[in-house]
Design a protein around this ligand. Structure first.
Ligand SMILES: Cc1cc2nc3c(=O)[nH]c(=O)nc-3n(C[C@H](O)[C@H](O)[C@H](O)COP(=O)(O)OP(=O)(O)OC[C@H]3O[C@@H](n4cnc5c(N)ncnc54)[C@H](O)[C@@H]3O)c2cc1C
Length: 486
């Protein structure tokens, strides 16, 4: 166990920078954690309420009377499945819309996780909708479900669009299954995923033109129109309009690319109004470098330094640090100064926005160290209340290690460099020497259960860290974990 920097004494506390005094920050953290929990409860409640509301629309229209016959019961089940399925699809779109209120409440990762978890239930409900409607309508007309489906396609306006929509939904969900997705490049998955918008657009017309529930003049029609339009507007604003506006507002330009190690480099940019991004240290953006061969590929990268706002005479500065992990990221090392940059973000809550406690622990490995560097720079803490643990095979793998050491020195954080070969046994995130000595997270941070802990690094390593933290009694809401994979 190597502690590179001893805890700073109270006498040295004047060195601590930060926008807030520590007691004010502690109160702020308690309050923001309470508010975030309250917002999560409200959003969770609204999420559950929306499918219930969809069924209530149908009940208020006397839909339950359909259960008086077998054909009517199949049709009724089909309608309910369609309503709830479509409602889940709208919820999925909202969760993927990168709406700041949702992102700041759950975090980007969690919002994407919930989005993914709704994919299969939505598809099953939409399939059940098609099957039950074909059975119900067919039974009422004396046709088998297949003949009824053909008749619906041929004779009922907008119905062929609904069939197209179903095929698109199946394609999107199947290509998103982890086992299938891993076989294809990210771009393929992305393009197929864009078909979701076509799937929703083709599903909507028959909802208003077929059946009486959303007939003209009904309040149910207004409700359904309102949620469809609100969802479309949220997606359009947050995924298209706001990123374009942010790109024009900040006028980001690459100023230089600096090598950090053989396969890691920092991209420094200048821009305007970067004071609006202050407090984003550790959060990520999608970056699109506007040059031939680069512009079509947006990459998620975290800030590796807190934005420098700039002045009237000098532009502000932003920095990301990138590891060559594939063709696209390797090419970025050759970016020319002067290249314009389009951005979407900032996203995620791997930042001070997730703090709930006075103490903070930052644990990073590999390229995952770099967002922790940005967070360490800006997140408020009293000297002695922060611990930084950096893991790498050797010192050269502790990217931005010198900057982190200097920050720990000025801010009064305790720093550990955990270098050396891996332990051969399963489950450890520490070097072999530390494992042999019987060290756990508590050996470095005895009261870790009373801190906010930020973890960023390779997935299997990070899951071992998380297990160690859980064994040390760290409550789930104090664990903040940023994933770099998709
Ligand atoms: C929240 C977050 C923050 C990240 N921060 C950093 C960082 O600070 N520094 C760093 O070096 N790496 C970071 N990464 C990982 C980085 O985005 C990928 O290593 C990089 O995009 C790989 O691109 P590639 O073209 O070289 O690789 P490929 O595997 O060939 O990727 C092909 C395509 O997939 C896209 N892609 C790859 N991974 C993701 C992903 N996770 N989400 C969305 N699209 C993806 C790429 O942008 C590219 O368009 C982060 C990832 C995430 C999710």
């Amino acid at each position: 166990m190597t502690s590179l920097l001893p805890r700073v004494s109270r006498a040295d506390q004047s060195a601590a920078p930060g926008p807030l005094t520590a007691p004010a920050a502690v109160e702020l953290f308690r309050m923001q954690a309470r508010r975030r929990r309250a917002r999560a409860d409200i959003l969770g409640f609204l999420g559950w309420l929306s499918p219930v509301a969809a069924v209530a629309l149908w009940l208020a229209d006397g839909g339950a009377s359909g259960f008086s016959s077998l054909a009517g019961a199949a049709t009724a089940l089909g309608i309910v499945a369609g309503l709830v399925g479509m409602d889940l699809v709208l919820l999925m779109l909202l969760l993927a819309a990168r709406i700041p209120f949702i992102d700041n409440t759950f975090g980007h990762d969690r919002a994407v996780e919930i989005h993914k978890s709704l994919g299969k239930p939505a598809l099953y409900l939409l399939l059940a909708h098609g099957i039950f409607i074909a059975i119900g309508y067919g039974a009422a007309e004396g046709l088998d479900p297949i003949s009824e489906s053909i008749s619906l396609w041929v004779n009922v306006p907008d119905m062929w669009l609904a069939f197209v929509s179903m095929v698109l939904f199946i394609a999107v969900v199947v290509t998103s299954l982890v086992a299938v997705r891993r076989r294809f490049p990210y771009e393929f998955w992305y393009v197929v995923h864009l078909l979701t918008y076509a799937a929703v657009a083709t599903a909507i017309p028959h909802q208003f033109s077929v059946g009486g529930l959303f007939a003209e003049g009904t309040w149910q029609r207004w409700y359904w129109l309102a949620i469809c339009i609100a969802t479309g507007a949220a997606v359009l604003y947050n995924r298209v309009i706001e990123p374009i506006a942010a790109t024009f507002r900040h006028q980001l330009t690459v100023s230089r690319v600096v090598r950090v190690s053989s396969d890691v480099f920092s991209i420094e940019m200048t821009g305007l109004h970067l004071n609006e991004l202050a407090g984003s240290g550790g959060r990520f953006f999608f970056w699109r470098f506007l040059a031939p061969r680069y512009w079509w590929q947006p990459h998620p990268f975290s800030l590796s330094a807190e934005p420098v706002p700039g002045t009237a005479s000098a532009p502000g500065k932003l920095r990301i640090t990138v590891r060559n992990l594939g063709d696209g990221s390797a090419r970025l090392a050759r970016l020319k100064p002067g290249t314009k940059v389009a951005i979407e973000g900032p996203y995620g809550i791997f930042s001070t926005a997730a703090r709930s406690r006075n103490k903070v622990v930052l644990i990073g490995a590999g390229i995952g160290i770099t967002p922790l560097r940005a967070l360490l720079e800006s997140t408020p803490f009293e000297p002695g209340n922060a611990t930084v643990l950096l893991r790498g095979h050797d010192e050269s793998e502790l990217f931005l290690g010198q900057e982190i050491m200097a920050l720990c020195q000025t801010r009064g954080a305790t720093l550990f460099h955990l270098t050396g070969p891996r332990s051969p046994g399963p489950g450890s995130w520490l070097p072999q020497s530390a494992v042999q000595a019987g060290f756990t997270i508590r050996s470095y941070v005895p009261d870790v259960a009373n801190a906010d802990v930020y973890v960023c690094g390779p997935a299997s390593w990070a899951s071992n860290v998380v297990q160690d933290l859980q064994s040390a009694g760290l409550p789930a809401e104090q664990l903040h974990y940023e994933r770099f994979d998709w």
